[in-house]
Write a protein that binds this ligand. Structure first.
Ligand code: ATP
Ligand code: MN
Length: 464
């Protein structure tokens, strides 16, 4: 008999009642008495379980003995309206087959209610919990929404390299990529590492951002976006940083910083609305179990304009707040999460976009303002997250860009290909980077970034 997914069964229930159906999935719980047993079965297609009713006149105790939490089943039976409360329909089983057992003495998810910390230690099994299946379905839906948003607006999906030879982005410490034998490294006569013996013949690393290559795409295709893994050897161990994370980086020719902010705001709202409309069951589950405020917080982002102000204005607000911050505030500092969250959560009570940052704390490629002190950077700050997007209008003027590169002593030999965008047909252009996991954090209401990626990589942790 053809299998029906549980989500389809529940959605089409009224038409299917009275028919024979076949479902396949994993046992969440089994309870009951000697006359009747109830099995809650989940197949990952929805947070909801289907209730299987096993009449013990039809089944023997021995037959149901292997039906324990975690076991995989194929069940056939009649779909009927449910007499019990908690579900509208249930299956009166005629046949139950066990694909694989899960020894209750050994199965780590036998009991409910494990802490998120414990589940991180069994990341290979945690997708089988309600919480992580909900997070992973939302994550998948958001990935689809992102592609859809850009594809429907004429952006091309550009795949930028993961292995890079340029070490100039300055976005974070890099992971080296080498095939050299670390126990026996070739040296040049003056004692330096001889990279000519390495795979690429020069030092290479995992990328910290696809932006520079993204600009090559944007100045040819008009508008591109990247969506891929990014690597930063951040030794920071915060709840918002991973060593391996996914980033979305649109880059658009002929738009300035204001249009870049419009794009970022519209894009974020689209993704959040998409999740609210398409992941309602999963969002309600997470709201109920972790964060009652979640749906209201998501709605409030949709209903309000993001507050736009300059870094300089933000510093004044922070200085006048009367707050004692762990990191003291003065013009020129890189804002810390505590500052960003004060602005968003206490002062404006809505998302904030800050622009006009001091050039010293931002990357070399950002467009310089006439004041000579600030650049056209923009950071989008979100409640409970802090920075979710970082972006800028890019410096399109060859001479100004070169001057900055020289000021910062960026090795030119690494940059010739990038500079060609400014030498040939240069245009105003802008873009930004969204940390995918930070968006998933916001939409799921989870509080630790390790809980919104299937296999987190953080300092001293790369299991599974
Ligand atoms: P932060 O100050 O939070 O470290 P950043 O200034 O280093 O961020 P960018 O270089 O602008 O961030 O990267 C763009 C986006 O990528 C950030 O806004 C954030 O959403 C995300 N991001 C940056 N670093 C990480 C990380 N280590 N793990 C997960 N997401 C990250
Ligand atoms: Mn960082």
């Amino acid at each position: 008999m053809k299998r029906t997914k549980i989500t389809d069964l529940l959605q089409g229930a009224s038409a299917l009642v009275g028919q024979e159906v076949c479902v396949k999935g994993w046992v969440r719980t089994r309870r009951g008495n000697k006359h009747v047993q109830f099995i809650a079965l989940n197949d990952g297609s929805t947070i909801k379980n289907i209730q299987i009713v096993a009449d013990m006149q039809r089944f023997s105790d021995d037959q149901l003995k292997p039906v324990t939490t975690g076991a995989a089943l194929c069940v056939e039976g009649l779909l009927v309206e449910s007499q019990g409360k908690g579900q509208s329909v249930e299956i009166q089983a005629t046949d139950i087959r066990v694909y694989g057992t899960a020894d209750p003495e050994q199965y780590p998810l036998q009991k409910k209610g494990h802490s998120l910390e414990f589940l991180r230690e069994i990341a290979h099994l945690r997708p089988r919990t309600n919480t992580f299946s909900a997070v992973l379905r939302i994550r998948s839906a958001l990935a689809f929404a992102i592609h859809r948003y850009f594809q429907e607006r004429g952006f091309y999906y550009l795949n930028t390299p993961l292995i890079t030879a340029s070490d100039c982005e300055g976005a974070g410490a890099m992971f080296q990529v080498t095939t050299m034998d670390l126990r026996n490294i070739k040296k040049t006569p003056d004692g330096a590492v001889d990279y000519s013996a390495d795979f690429f013949g020069k030092p290479t690393a995992l990328t910290v951002s696809g932006q520079l290559e993204g600009e090559l795409g944007a100045t040819a295709l008009g508008a591109i976006y990247t969506f891929g893994p990014t690597f930063r050897a951040e030794n920071s161990n915060t709840p918002r940083h991973l060593a391996e994370f996914w980033m979305i980086e649109p880059e658009v020719a002929f738009i300035d910083i204001d249009e870049n902010m419009d794009l970022a705001e519209d894009f974020l709202k689209y993704c959040i609305r998409y999740a609210l409309e398409n992941c309602a069951d999963d969002i309600s589950f997470l709201a109920e179990h972790f964060d009652k405020e979640l749906p209201a917080r998501l709605e409030s982002v949709l209903s309000q304009d993001f507050k736009r102000l300059t870094y300089t204005e933000a510093i004044e607000i922070l200085e006048q707040s009367g707050r004692k911050f762990e990191f003291p505030v003065k013009w020129g500092i890189d804002l810390q999460s505590e500052h960003e969250r004060y602005l968003v959560e206490q002062h404006f009570r809505r998302p904030v976009i800050l622009t006009g940052y001091p050039k010293e704390i931002k990357a070399f490629y950002m467009k310089q303002n006439p004041d000579g002190k600030t650049v056209r950077a923009m950071d989008v700050l979100f409640p409970s997250i802090g920075e979710i997007i970082g972006g800028s209008e890019r410096e399109e003027n060859y001479d100004k860009l070169m001057a900055r590169i020289e000021e910062l002593n960026i090795p030119m030999k690494d940059m010739w290909w990038y500079l060609d965008t400014r030498r040939f047909g240069t245009v105003p252009h802008s873009g930004f980077g969204l940390g995918f996991e930070r968006l998933v954090l916001f939409v799921t209401g989870m509080t630790n970034i390790r809980d919104v990626i299937p296999f987190p990589r953080t300092p001293k942790s790369a299991e599974f």
